[in-house]
Design a protein around this ligand. Structure first.
Ligand code: ADP
Length: 507
């Protein structure tokens, strides 16, 4: 292995050891021919996950460039995108195709800026939509000289958030237009109190970063009202972060937008094209088609099953047509096919059946394909995992949870929870936000809609389960650690109690 790659592995060793599951990665490395069955057995014989990880790294350090590349690709495939990015810059030799599908595009500088601003990484399997990305970039360039708004609008699941993140993954754009940085804020459906919390945490993040750069600047107490929050943000954007871009992801309500009407540069994603009508300043918009082009959707399927698009079976096109190229649905089906490569006809048939109809549709968009794909993905879970997945029905939209919350809900050891979550992530049934340590997990809105419809009659008992599990774990008193898990219970325990009809227990 060349020197740069080895040095990078050594430097990243402790992060890798801390997080990876060697058993998942070794399957890929064996099929790439860089690891033998004997070596795998030796690593598997280590008693703990961490020791297995350490043994795999030790072995890898003695291997060649191909092994490094295979290990990198295995990380990407197993959704360890953040760890893969640690190794990316030292990849010894990557074929142009792999570079196109897996690398993160941007330079080290871009990666640092986006990671600091909380901009999500590319999904594990990703295809570029160059025409759309260029259209968004072109609109963003118009914010170079003056503040204003860029609205990226389209149907749920059409890939708006992925597109918004991709558009800013560009060195020239950031240095020329947004040298003050790019700051991502997930919004979703929320009330005024939640909006205040979101802006408070944004202000805190901005103040903290600016204090790191300039220790003489002070941290303030959090703004107490929305009006105060708006003023604080205005001050921060004007004085400390001039020429920066705020990305507001998934806005539903124009009143939310008014809180950001502070003469700064904003890109928003939304399903509602007219939202920006209520705010002042220069505005432009980009429409996102609800589905991918056929070739792009086929490329996603091809990446999942590790074949060239031309070599996909004839059913592939029909699958894409059946789900109208929806990126979310294609990803779900692709993940299924990765696991069951012989089931092309079967999944096409499943999509065509439309037997799983929802009673109520949340908008005019035809979600039938999503329903079929979700039902199929849930069906291939083991019975035990299926029950655990159904428990996720109770999560609030746009809320990301740490594994510890799920360990309470499921009453499982952290390692077991990790295994379950990895299974869901691999099947695109759940998404992982790698910007946080510990990782946070969330579902797409449409997936939560699906679960809520599927489990309509059990909602009360599912929420009751959350409350009871919490009470059982914390029978001696509530958690006091102040970590993400603790914050979750602080914010949502009463919500679950209300939904479980247990409000009398609140007093
Ligand atoms: P929206 O914001 O419009 O609701 P997202 O951007 O969250 O949609 O995309 C939904 C899902 O579709 C993603 O989680 C990902 O699995 C898939 N997806 C979207 N865009 C792409 C893309 N360019 N390449 C691969 N998968 C994509």
């Amino acid at each position: 292995m060349e020197e740069g790659a080895r040095s990078c592995l050594l430097q990243s060793r402790s992060s890798l050891e801390q997080d990876i599951r060697a058993s998942y990665l070794m399957d890929h490395m064996i099929s790439d021919g860089v690891l033998t069955g004997d070596e795998e057995d030796r690593i598997r014989s280590k008693p703990t996950r961490r020791e297995q990880a350490a043994a795999l790294l030790e072995l890898l350090l003695r291997k060649d460039n191909q092994a490094y590349i295979s290990f990198y690709n295995a990380l990407v495939r197993e959704s360890y995108g953040d760890l893969a990015s640690l190794l990316h810059n030292s990849l010894p030799l990557v074929s142009p195709e792999a570079e196109k599908s897996f690398s993160d595009g941007g330079t080290r500088y871009v990666q640092a800026v986006l990671s600091e601003g909380g901009v999500p990484q590319r999904p594990v399997v990703f295809v570029s939509r160059p025409a759309l990305v260029n259209r968004v970039r072109e609109k963003l360039y118009r914010l170079q000289k003056e503040p204003g708004w860029v609205t990226v609008f389209g149907m749920a699941g059409s890939g708006k958030s992925v597109l918004a993140a991709e558009a800013v993954r560009d060195h020239a754009l950031i240095t020329e237009c947004f040298p003050g940085g790019v700051h991502w804020l997930s919004i979703g459906q929320l009330d005024r109190a939640d909006l205040l919390v979101r802006i408070q945490s944004l202000c805190f993040r901005l103040e903290q970063q600016s204090q790191e750069k300039d220790p003489s600047s002070s941290l303030h107490r959090p703004p107490g009202s929305l009006e105060e929050a708006k003023e604080r943000l205005r001050f921060l954007m004007l004085r400390r972060y001039p020429r920066s871009l705020l990305i507001l992801d998934d806005i539903w309500d124009s009143s939310v937008l008014r809180a950001f009407d502070i003469q700064c540069r904003v890109m928003l994603t939304t399903r509602d094209r007219s939202l920006a009508d209520c705010v002042s300043g220069f505005k432009s918009e980009v429409a996102v088609e609800s589905g991918l082009e056929e070739d792009q959707a086929l490329e996603i399927l091809a990446l999942y099953v590790n074949r060239k698009p031309q070599r996909l079976p004839e059913q592939a096109r029909s699958i894409v047509r059946e789900c109208k190229g929806s990126p979310l649905v294609v990803s779900l089906i692709g993940a299924l096919l990765r696991e069951f490569p012989d089931r092309w006809a079967y999944y096409l048939h499943t999509l065509q059946q439309k037997k799983f109809k929802r009673i109520r549709k949340s908008s005019s968009y035809d979600y039938d394909a999503l329903d079929q794909a979700m039902a199929a993905s849930i069906q291939v879970l083991s019975e035990e995992h299926r029950e655990l997945y159904i428990d996720l029905t109770v999560l609030e939209k746009d809320v990301k949870v740490p594994a510890k919350v799920l360990s309470v809900l499921w009453d499982l050891e952290p390692e077991e929870v990790e295994d379950v979550l990895q299974d869901f992530v691999n099947k695109s049934l759940l998404f992982r936000d790698c910007h946080h340590r510990p990782y946070l997990y969330y579902l797409h809105d449409l997936q939560l809609d699906f679960l809520a419809e599927m489990n309509r009659s059990d909602l009360e008992s599912l929420h009751t389960k959350v409350v009871r599990q919490y009470q059982q774990r914390y029978s001696q008193g509530p958690p006091t650690s102040g970590d993400e898990e603790c914050l979750y219970w602080f914010r949502f325990l009463t919500y679950h109690m209300a939904k479980a009809n247990l409000t009398q227990e609140m007093v």
